[in-house]
Design a protein around this ligand. Structure first.
Ligand code: NAD
Length: 327
């Protein structure tokens, strides 16, 4: 079987982890990448180490010898040039309409294949839902909300629900530990946007120095409660519970790679015999955010490919499809 040719859009924290994760895989080959200032394409495969070095030294994969190109319209140009079966969109969703605009760009380009995102906000997933028919007509199989939360934990809730006749609540609590906030700039800005008193636009407008100053005040900790997280709409769409029954919160430590708490999802419901009980699925503390986002993202990309090859297109969420294990 020929490997699935994969592209990664965005080469920050998650994009770099994605490239590293794909390196030993035989079922997928990483051939294309874009960041804000450039892109690179090599049908034989890209070298994660070389890409990372050049990105860290010069700020863009576009500076890579022979395969890199500098561009301020990198996604469009890469799309035109590259033969890719599926893309992981490891892009910031700043502003909150950015991912939907990228999806529109794919539709307009005439490209056909599988797209996977790790979008977080309910309102961002709603924008994609509105594009459902356009994606279908464009022969694009789009898997949305396929990171950790939403993503892995939402899917776990969908599985856990099967023991119950009625689901009462789904509670997702995440702990994230990263050694330096600036390894995941978009993730941290988007998290700050959930803190009372902040909006997405305000968080987007913050300079790196302003983010660092804000984190100094909180000792590097972000405490997040009742977040607008698409796990709610995804579980509602899957027919599991009402979106109001889903809550998401957590703690992010931006100065310590160790998790401040164990990430888990608790689903409470009533069985057919009338018993009330809770299923809990807890992630191993040693697993990083990158492992729990990028692993599922490619698992859903593989599942999306199987759909696409059978002519099944349109929009899917992590709560309605099983990810497939990538070897
Ligand atoms: P980052 O800030 O580290 O990197 C972003 C990358 O995107 C950079 O390489 C940048 O150059 C590139 N980029 C920005 N604008 C671009 C454009 N117009 N064209 C091409 N490239 C562009 O980001 P990150 O911290 O890795 O986060 C990526 C996304 O993943 C965020 O939206 C974050 O919220 C999401 N995320 C989701 C989950 C989940 O569980 N669902 C968890 C963590 C992060």
């Amino acid at each position: 079987m020929k490997p699935i040719r994969v592209g990664v859009l965005g080469f920050g924290g998650l994009g770099q982890a994605a490239a590293q994760l794909l390196a030993p895989k035989t079922e997928m080959r990483w051939v294309a990448v874009a960041d804000k200032q450039g892109f690179a394409y090599n049908p034989e495969g890209l070298d994660p180490q070389a890409c990372r070095q050049i990105y860290q030294k010069q700020g863009s994969v576009g500076y890579l010898d022979s395969v890199g190109i500098i561009s301020n319209d990198s996604i469009r140009e890469l799309l035109r040039k590259a033969d890719v079966d599926g893309y992981f969109l490891a892009l910031p969703n700043l502003p909150n309409t950015f991912m939907a605009s990228v999806a529109q760009q794919f539709i307009n380009s005439g490209w056909q294949g599988v797209l996977v995102d790790a979008l977080k906000r309910t309102s961002a997933v709603e924008q994609l839902l509105a594009m459902r028919e356009d994606l279908q007509e464009a022969n694009i199989t789009y898997m949305t909300g396929c990171g950790a939360t939403p993503g892995l934990l939402t899917a776990a809730a969908a599985v856990a629900a099967q023991s119950f006749a009625e689901v009462h609540s789904v509670k997702i609590t995440f702990g994230v530990g990263i050694a330096n906030w600036d390894a995941y700039r978009a993730t941290i800005r988007e998290d700050i946007a959930h803190i009372p008193g902040f909006t997405v636009d305000q968080a987007k407008a913050m300079s790196d120095a302003e983010v660092a100053a804000f984190l100094d005040k909180t000792n590097g900790i972000l405490q997040l409660e009742n977040m607008e997280h698409a796990d709610d709409i995804m579980l509602e769409l899957a027919g599991i519970c009402d979106r109001a029954q889903v809550t998401v919160g957590g703690i992010v430590d931006t100065r310590n790679a160790q998790k401040p708490l164990s990430t888990n999802v608790q689903l409470t419901g009533r069985t057919f015999e009338g018993k009330i009980s809770t299923h809990t699925f807890t992630l191993g503390d040693e697993t990083s955010m990158a492992a729990n986002v990028c692993g599922p993202a490619f698992g859903y990309l593989k599942a999306g490919m199987a759909f696409h090859q059978r002519g099944i297109n349109g929009l899917w969420t992590a709560a309605e499809v099983m990810p497939q294990f990538v070897r």
